[in-house]
Design a protein around this ligand. Structure first.
Ligand SMILES: [Zn+2]
Length: 152
């Protein structure tokens, strides 16, 4: 039996994309996100060097499916569970239309509906909903490049 791949990967911390800092940066819905003090505060508590992009893609691929088995599989393929809840709300008060990881990676915020299925908080958001926050990074929404231009 083949062992499933982990849902995270090690990254070179000097690689492009970490110069603005990385880690979760939860935001309310706004067309253009600004630099926030939250991003700076998160720096101290986060672990550089692990990239959870495979986890976020896995969770997005399970939207509409039962949460129980999805959570169990995610836990079995991670070094720790916290990153699951960067994107999946545990309580209604944690539900966010989108979640920002580092400077330029954005993902749909997720929650578990009354029927126990994983769902997007705002299924209308897409790679054309948000504007980039800087010129130097490639901004993505659920792994797709933003279609709107940086306006400065
Ligand atoms: Zn940048």
């Amino acid at each position: 039996m083949r062992r499933k791949e982990p849902l995270y990967r090690k990254v070179n911390t000097t690689a492009h994309g970490v110069h603005h800092g990385s880690g979760p940066d939860y935001r309310s819905r706004r067309v253009k996100a600004q630099e926030s003090p939250l991003a700076a505060r998160m720096v101290a508590g986060k672990r550089r060097g692990l990239d959870y992009t495979p986890l976020f893609r896995f969770l997005l691929s399970r939207v509409g499916q039962p949460w129980g088995p999805t959570l169990k599989e995610a836990q079995s393929r991670l070094d720790r569970e916290a990153p699951i809840f960067w994107i999946v709300a545990r309580f209604p008060s944690e539900e966010k239309p989108y979640v920002r990881m580092g400077e330029s990676s954005f993902y749909s915020g997720l929650y578990v509906d009354d029927g126990g299925l994983l769902q997007k908080v705002d299924p209308t958001l897409s790679e054309s909903s948000l504007e980039p926050t800087c010129r130097c990074c490639t901004h993505t929404f659920n792994g797709k490049r933003f279609t709107r231009a940086y306006k400065g």
